[in-house]
Every structure is written in C-alpha cells, then in structure tokens.
Ligand binder design. Structure first.
Ligand code: FAD
Length: 477
C-alpha cells in the first residue's frame, strides 16, 4: 500500500470485501429542491471509519492514487481514517492539494479516484471524495489549518485572478517566503468557486475557509480591479512586482447567433447562476435580485454548467425544466453524477435538439424555442459525432425562461494590453504546461485562461506548478 505512516498494516482483503457499501446520503429530493443548501449530508465519524475500512489497499501504486489528478496519497489517508486519525488524514491531503475541502466536494470523483477503485466494478467504490471532504472539514472544526509561511525573501509577486489557479499559486508562494498580492476584477474572491459553482455543490463557507487561510498567511487582496483596464501588467512591474501570475479564467459566455436571443427571459448561464446562487452582498446592485423563471425553463447546452442551471431553476420554483442538447447523452461533456442528481430532482432531457429561434409571447418575453431535430454525423475536431440538423423537422418547446449554457471564452483584455504576451487566436494565453511560463519573461499563466474551461483540480495544479517556476525564476533573478 501507499506508505501508510506508523505500523505496517495487515490487510485482510477478503474480510474487507464483505463490508457493505454505504453511499454518501443526499437530502430528500422534495426537501433539497426548496433551497440552495448542500445536496449531501456530511458523513459522521463512524460512517467515515466504516467507509475507509472498505479500502482493500491495492498494491502500490494504487489505482486511486494514479487516477487522482494531484496524486493524493489516498490509501494512506484511508488507513488513518479507519484508525480514527482524521486530522492526520487531512494533513495527507494537504501535502499534495491546496484546497482539499473543495476538491473533495467538486472533483468528478466517479471519473477519477472512485472510478479507478477496483470496487467500482460493482458500482460500490470506496467513497474517497466524500472522505476527503469529511476529514478536511473535521480538521477545520476541531483543529487549525495554518499555511506554513516561509522566511521573507523580499520578492513581490502579483497574481491576477482569485480563482483556484490564483489562490493555489498564492498558497505555494507564501510558503517560499514571497510577498503576494492578488488582484481581482470582481467584488469578492474565489472566481468560479464563488460566482459559478452553486452552493448546493460547494457551500460558500468552504471557499471562505481557503481565502481565510491565505489572509492569515499574509496574502493581500485587491478586489474590483480589472487588470488591463485601470492598470496593466506592465504597471504591476513598474510598481515593483518581480513576477506576475495570470489566472483570469474564461468568463465570457459563448454567444448563440440566432433570432430572439436578446429577448427578455433569455439569460446567459453566468448571469443566471450568479443571481440565483450568490449572496447579493457579493454582487453589483443591478444583479442583486433572483431571476423570475416562471413555470417552464429550457436550458441549452450539455456541460456541468447546464446541470447547475437545471438544478438552480428547479430551486427557483420552475415546474417543467428541460435541457435541450444537440447531440446524445453519450457525447455530453458534463459529469454523469450531476446529471443523475438533476434527473432525480425533476429535470428532463431532450437530445438531438438544435434551437434555431427564440419566440416572444404577447408580453414580449420569450415564450417558446423553435428547434430542429438532429442526427449524428461524422466525428468532428472534438472527437465527438457532429450533430446534423434535419431539414423541415421544426418543432417548438414552450419556455418562460431560456438559459444559454454554451461554454466560455477568455476575456481578451490581458492579451491585448500586455506587450509580448503570446495568445492563441481565441484569446487563450500560450503557456508551458509544466511551468506556466509565457512568451513574456516574468509573466506566468495557468488554469482555464490557458487550457480553456476545465476543472478546479486542473486549475489548482497549474497554480502550484507556476508557483514552483516563479520561485525558481525569482531565485535566479
Ligand atoms: C457553472 C460552473 C460549474 C462548474 N462546476 C465544476 C465542478 O463541479 N467541478 C470542477 O472541478 N469544476 C467545475 N467548474 C469549472 C471550474 O470552476 C473552473 O475550471 C475553475 O474555476 C477555473 O479556475 P481559474 O482559477 O482558472 O479561473 P476562475 O475560477 O474563472 O477565476 C478567474 C478569476 O479571475 C478574475 N479575473 C478575470 N479577468 C481579470 C482581470 N483582467 N483582472 C483581475 N481579475 C480578473 C475573475 O473575476 C475570476 O475571479 C465549473 C464551472 C462553471 C462555470
């Protein structure tokens, strides 16, 4: 097994295989669709121990360890959890992850660590994600989490963007003793952790824990400052920063160029999710009210954002909520687990459906979506079969509200205002995947701004890798 501290455990795999599977419990559907509180009920210490005892400690390197994007030493954590050493287990996660309480909740575990567990063959994996969330929350409630701050180096680093990439980069840099300031365009910190992922998946309190750790470690935050607008990256260097990390994500909603897209009642996913989920205190005054969704809602798109919109619409009181997607379920980019939860809560799916027009009702607000039926053709650049609309197959879907969850593009402002910074034609920043270094010396980048929309864990990894490269760069300067 993966180097469990202390004594060498004796693992009776046969006995462990007989320990029954207990899944993480969700709140009853009719209760949870009435609010935005977390979907799942946190494990009890006893449940956590029983769940960890089901780990059969596969030969090293364990499949869960290999599948974990940050290579958390999951078997070692499982061993400590079954001994009841929850804080010791939490520390194992903190060795390799900058935000384990967040990854424990939002990583697509079914496709990563849990999906690699040999017990998943029967659909009964060790619930590694829930256990990561449990022990790291337990540590918060029963002990302290302190980032070990390094001896001051006198070097200053500016981080642009406070999403998981920027926050993780900061967490690593303060450990090396560098002085870090995060510049954030929004009024509050956290990027999509706060403004995208709904509270029923990731409670805002959990995001605040990570930000609080950084504040106590001496990281400075400057909000409401969009770099490229009021000041540029060149200005940051002139102010005395010796390196800059850019983790600005991809926050511009992809547009749909069809008639009626500007009708009242047609929302972009970002605005809809922000207004539905985020406390008005964190929002500009024109976004402080909840969207009025009416009875029927259509969500266009097939990713995680679409699932979050479906589930948010149900929580806002919509009775008939349908996802319209132009391919089939097999091609959907979003996680299966989120779709299962959305279905359980009442969402419907209509596949091979391409919206071509939004139709206004008598009040001028959207009242229906005109669609074409599609069939699947050849593989396209994304490796998925291309949807081909069938001529004269028009039909309408009634909708009081339409939410467009079509993906995201980067804001081009950083590329446009930073001389010598190479970007792709779509605006993503060109950066080395191992170091985050860009074409501009001293400027590093990572997360969605480099890869396009991806995951919290991949953004976190990019921030950590860039921090190591920035530390090396500063020590050579
Ligand atoms: C609705 C939704 C649900 C998701 N659910 C999941 C999930 O369940 N699991 C998962 O792993 N991933 C999920 N993701 C993806 C995940 O949130 C992102 O991949 C991740 O947040 C990217 O991190 P980042 O740090 O690169 O960027 P972001 O989180 O986007 O943060 C970028 C930050 O930079 C700021 N910024 C932008 N431009 C500037 C500028 N010029 N100056 C200063 N600040 C600037 C932005 O305001 C923002 O705060 C979801 C995404 C969405 C949209």
């Amino acid at each position: 097994m993966q180097a469990s501290p202390g004594e060498e455990p004796v693992i009776d795999r046969k006995a462990r295989m007989k320990i029954p599977f207990e899944d993480l419990k969700a709140r009853p559907v009719d209760e949870r669709v009435k609010d935005f509180e977390p979907t799942f009920i946190q494990l009890t210490p006893e449940e956590a121990r029983r769940a960890a005892e089901r780990c059969i400690h596969c030969p090293d390197p364990a499949p869960c360890f290999k599948a974990c994007l940050v290579h958390n030493n999951i078997p070692a954590a499982m061993w400590l959890i079954e001994q009841g050493d929850f804080i010791g287990a939490a520390e194992i996660y903190r060795q390799t992850s900058s935000m384990p309480e967040i990854c424990g909740r939002v990583c697509p575990h079914e496709a990563l660590c849990q999906g690699a567990c040999p017990r998943d063959k029967r659909g009964e994996p060790v619930i590694t994600g829930a256990l990561e969330a449990f022990v790291t929350e337990y540590q918060r409630r029963h002990s302290n989490v302190e980032i070990p701050v390094g001896a001051p180096t006198g070097k200053r680093v500016a981080i642009v963007g406070s999403g998981p990439a920027g926050l993780s980069c900061a967490e690593q840099l303060v450990q090396k003793g560098h002085s870090v300031t995060i510049y954030e365009a929004a009024p509050a910190l956290g990027g999509l952790l706060l403004y995208g992922i709904p509270n029923f998946k990731l409670p805002k309190e959990v995001v605040q824990w990570t930000i609080g750790d950084l504040e106590r470690a001496g990281v400075s935050f400057i909000t409401n400052t969009r770099i490229g607008e009021s000041k540029t990256i060149d200005d940051l260097f002139k102010e005395g920063y010796q390196a800059v990390f850019v983790g600005v994500g991809t926050l511009v909603d992809a547009k749909m160029d069809v008639p009626g897209v500007d009708l009242p009642g047609v929302y972009q996913a970002t605005e809809f999710l922000i207004r539905a989920n985020v406390d008005p205190d964190y929002l500009p005054s024109d976004m402080g009210t909840k969207p009025e969704v009416g009875r029927r809602v259509a969500v266009i798109g097939g990713g995680d954002t679409a699932s979050d919109c479906l589930r948010s619409a149900l929580r806002l009181g919509a009775e008939d909520v349908t996802c319209l997607y132009r391919r089939t379920e097999a091609e959907m980019p979003g996680g299966k687990k989120d779709r299962e939860l959305a279905r359980e809560e009442g969402a419907n799916y209509r596949f091979l459906t391409q919206p071509i027009r939004y139709i206004a009702g008598p009040s001028g607000r959207v009242s229906a979506v005109e669609c074409l039926q599609c069939e699947l053709g050849e593989l396209d650049d994304s490796g998925r079969r291309r949807p081909i609309p069938i001529e004269d197959s028009n039909f309408t879907v009634e909708a009081d509200t339409v939410i467009l969850a079509l993906g995201y593009w980067p804001d081009p402002i950083i590329g446009e205002t930073t001389a010598g910074l190479e970007t792709h034609k779509w605006g993503l920043i060109v950066a080395d995947p191992d170091t985050g270094s860009t074409s501009r010396p001293g400027v590093f980048a990572g997360g969605d701004a480099v890869t396009g929309p991806d995951l919290v864990a991949t953004a976190m990894i990019a921030g950590r890798k860039a921090a190591a490269a920035i530390d090396e760069y500063l020590s050579e300067e």
